[in-house]
Design a binder for this molecule. Structure first.
Ligand SMILES: [Zn+2]
Ligand SMILES: [Zn+2]
Length: 78
């Protein structure tokens, strides 16, 4: 089979697109596991201990769990 791909102009049987791999883009980098500490703008709940935190409390986003607040801070800014 010598047909050429109209998209990549490769031989169809050596074209990843024609062979079904239509997404040649590399995987995006994995998300950063934890965010920076910052002061909460809104009240919320610490996913580590379940306590509520108030605006102004230092919090950090931990993917995929959620917010870690100062009540459970490890290495939080003093
Ligand atoms: Zn193709
Ligand atoms: Zn906590």
């Amino acid at each position: 089979m010598t047909a050429r791909c109209e998209l990549t102009e490769l031989l169809a049987d050596s074209c990843a697109h024609c062979l079904g791999h239509t997404d040649p883009a590399p995987d995006p980098p994995p998300p950063v596991n934890t965010g920076r500490w910052f002061h909460a703008i809104y009240p919320g709940v610490c996913e580590v201990c379940g306590n509520r935190f108030t605006p102004g409390t230092p919090i950090r986003l931990e993917i995929p769990k959620g917010w870690r607040a100062a009540c459970c801070a490890d290495g939080a800014p003093s």
